[in-house]
Design a protein. Sequence first.
Length: 252
Amino acid sequence: MNGTGNTILVTGGTSGIGLGLALRLHQAGNKVIIAGRRKALLDKIASEHPGIESVLLDICDPHSIQRSSEALAISHPNLNVLINNAGIMQWENLTEPQGLRTAEDIVTTNLLGTIRMVYAFTPQLLKQPSATIMNVSSALAFVPLPATPTYSATKAAVHSFTQSLRVQLEDSSVEVIELAPPGVRTTLLGQENDEHAMPLEEFLDEIFELLKISPTPSELVVERAKPLRFAEATGSHDEVLKMLAAYKPPAE
């Protein structure tokens, strides 16, 4: 992935990792378009950071995705980077039937949203001389957090989907990258003050060092994520799973 001169669409670009990536990429000399569902917030970010553009896009609505892809193909024909970052994470108790709706929402957002974005935008990306799809999974794709089972499962599925996408596009101009963060201090699951989570700016620093490597690694995995990413290979999967099982939802 080129460090500058790209036209980049970032889903979930109004907060957390998505906004952090968008701001860093904008500062590096890229045209950045953030996508989200809240117009007021999109407008606020764009006004505070001149040059950043925004598009109203509901990752859970296939019609919204299709409309956005068609509109951006006209307004930004040079769009060559798609960062599928939008996602939600919720605590779940699998013994409570009413939790099924939460699980379905997580699947729709995290997995179907990513898949639909890939189908909608890949034709435009294939027209570019050099393009990138970056799918954001999670270190929990490799060892699940039992208290967030559907989130962990969707990220495992995103990892698998990304591997297949990479193989299918290997002879094209589109490179496929997976970003697998550890717990980061963002509002996702209320981790903004979690001392066990990685500070956002520290995470971004490490990611952008990895992005300087040529060719770009197919997986962007910071040091804190490696114990989970390589748990199977090191034979520590059961030990790490037991550790994660001790992490419980906060008492209400």
